[in-house]
Design a protein around this ligand. Structure first.
Ligand code: SF4
Length: 176
C-alpha cells in the first residue's frame, strides 16, 4: 500500500476517534461540562476526554492565556504525539479579547502554537464548540489539519516568539 493511501485510511479512522485534553485557561471551561455530558454528548462523534498529553490528539485552549500559563501550554503541546491538533475558544486567544491591553496576557496564540480551529465569541456557546469539533474532523478527513507539521517546519520561529514572550530574548512580537 502506498504512503498516500495509508495516510488517507489513517485519517479516516482517527477523525472519529479523537482524545481531547482540555487546558482550562479562561472562562471557556464552563462551556465544556454540557459539551462532554448528556446535553450535547460529544462522545457520539467519537470524542472523549484524556487525562495525559501523551495520549491526547486534541488540545483545547479555553480562553485567555497569561504568559506564565503559555509556558505550561507549550510544555503540554510538545509532549503530545503527532498528528496533534489545537482548538482555541473565545476572542482572547485570537486577538486578546477584553484583555487586549493587559501587560501579562498573550494576544495571539497562533504566534506561539499552530491553531487548527478557532471558535469565536466571548464565550462561545456549546453549539459553537460542537461545530468546532465537527470542523476539525472535516479538516482531518480532507488532510487540511496540518498545524503540527507547520510547528515542525517553522519550529525556530515559534521558539523565537515563545522566548520573546517569556523575556528570554529581546524584541517584541507584532500585536503583543
Ligand atoms: S473570550 Fe471572553 S469568555 Fe473567553 S476567556 Fe476571554 S473574556 Fe473570558
Amino acid at each position: 500500500m502506498r504512503y498516500e493511501e495509508w495516510n488517507k485510511i489513517s485519517r479516516i479512522a482517527s477523525r472519529k476517534s479523537l482524545w481531547m485534553l482540555h487546558f482550562c485557561t479562561g472562562c471557556g471551561a464552563v462551556e465544556l461540562p454540557p459539551v462532554m455530558t448528556s446535553r450535547y454528548d460529544m462522545e457520539r462523534f467519537g470524542m472523549g476526554p484524556m487525562a495525559t498529553p501523551r495520549q491526547a490528539d486534541v488540545l483545547l485552549i479555553t480562553g485567555y492565556l497569561t504568559v506564565k500559563t503559555l509556558k505550561r501550554v507549550v510544555n503540554v503541546y510538545e509532549q503530545m504525539q503527532s498528528p496533534k491538533y489545537v482548538i482555541s475558544f473565545g476572542s482572547c486567544p485570537i486577538n486578546g479579547g477584553m484583555y487586549w491591553d493587559s501587560y501579562n496576557t498573550v494576544k495571539r496564540l497562533d504566534r506561539y502554537l499552530p491553531v487548527d480551529v478557532y471558535v469565536g465569541g466571548c464565550m462561545p456557546r456549546p453549539e459553537g464548540v460542537m461545530n468546532a469539533f465537527l470542523e476539525l474532523m472535516k479538516l482531518i478527513d480532507e488532510g487540511k489539519a496540518r498545524g503540527w507539521e507547520k510547528y515542525q517546519k517553522y519550529y525556530e520561529q515559534y521558539k523565537r516568539n515563545q522566548k520573546m514572550a517569556f523575556g528570554f530574548e529581546r524584541g517584541k512580537n507584532e500585536g503583543d
